[in-house]
Ligand binder design. Structure first.
Ligand SMILES: C[S@@+](CC[C@H](N)C(=O)[O-])C[C@H]1O[C@@H](n2cnc3c(N)ncnc32)[C@H](O)[C@@H]1O
Length: 296
């Protein structure tokens, strides 16, 4: 049997046997897009860059103490909102005897050429994760800070904890909006914050995430690791500036230029000035963090 579907609290759940094939949940074309970024190939380039940047910055792919379990095999891992699937593919090649699952609203993950221990599923987290309670040893989610509203964070965290096994770990990796930016780059950050607030999304979630997890009675030992970099300064600062470049100049121009009341041409010119500002020493402080805890 490949796929098994069962019902859990009115939710369709998917058996995680490895013969399972990708579920197609084709979106009605008349429905508004549920994810505000284009999620095109340009966006997936940033996901790939940001994965390797994050791994280098933290010198690891996760902080939860699950290395032994992953190495011993048969560990079940879920990456929620997996995007291009780069984190999962990297993990799957390091831990060949464990099994990896990714879910994303948009099928930007590889569907054909991928390791045998990885499965991707198209689905909306906000409909509830399509898995039974206590299915995974480790549930990971990265970079959803500019996507979820506070209510959606609460829902997603509840779902993530629900599908994690008791004794298993859940982990979140996010960037915090930079501080001390120069006047030109600040215009871009401010526009991003305003755009997010217009969607009821908070760009600074660190304190909220810690608070939500600490108030959740089904997890213990909430821990975190922060990494700080100065944008445009040193190797990591320059790499992060490249990610800014990809984000603001490739993924965002259409959305953000309209929001800032600029033509796309003027938007691009202004961003180039923001980049020069950084290169000339106005380096904002950037912080990325990982938060993890154990399910009781
Ligand atoms: C900023 S990207 C992060 C992707 C990946 N986690 C990473 O770090 O590269 C956000 C991803 O979340 C997905 N997404 C947004 N809303 C979602 C939802 N409600 N359910 C599932 N995926 C969602 C988008 O399709 C996109 O791939």
């Amino acid at each position: 049997m490949g796929k098994h579907l069962s019902t859990n609290r009115g939710r369709k759940t998917i058996g995680t046997s490895l013969e399972f094939k990708v579920v197609q949940n084709v979106q009605d074309e008349t429905e508004p897009l549920k994810y505000y970024l284009p999620n095109s190939i340009k966006d997936t380039d940033i996901m790939v860059m940001s994965h390797f940047f994050n791994r280098y910055l933290f010198q690891c792919n996760f902080k939860s103490p699950i290395e032994e379990k992953l190495t011993s095999g048969q560990c079940k891992v879920l990456d929620v909102c997996c995007g291009s699937g780069t984190w999962l593919l990297d993990m799957a090649s390091s831990y060949g005897s464990s099994n990896f699952f990714g879910i994303d609203l948009c099928p930007v993950f590889p569907t054909e050429i991928k390791p045998a221990n990885v499965q991707f599923i198209q689905g909306d987290v906000l409909d509830g994760l399509p898995f039974d309670d206590n299915t995974f040893d480790f549930v990971h989610q990265k970079h959803m800070v500019d996507v979820y509203t506070l209510d959606q964070w609460h829902f997603a965290i509840t779902e993530i904890i629900r599908v994690c096994k008791p004794g298993g770990y859940v982990e979140f990796a996010e960037p915090e909006l930079a501080t001390n930016a120069g006047p030109i780059l600040s215009k871009f950050y401010d526009a991003l914050v305003e755009l997010s607030e217009s969607r009821n999304v908070k760009m600074r979630m660190y304190d909220n995430l810690i608070k939500i997890l600490n108030s959740t009675t089904s997890v213990k030992n909430v821990k975190y690791k922060k990494a700080k970099i100065s944008l445009g300064s040193g190797f990591l600062g320059n790499e992060f500036l490249e990610i800014h470049h990809e984000f603001f100049l490739k993924a965002m121009p259409e959305t953000l230029s309209k929001f800032m009341g600029l033509s796309e041409g003027d938007y691009i010119e202004l961003f180039k000035k923001a980049k020069s500002e950084v290169e000339n020493g106005m380096s904002p402080d950037c912080e990325l963090y990982r938060i993890w805890c154990q399910k009781l």
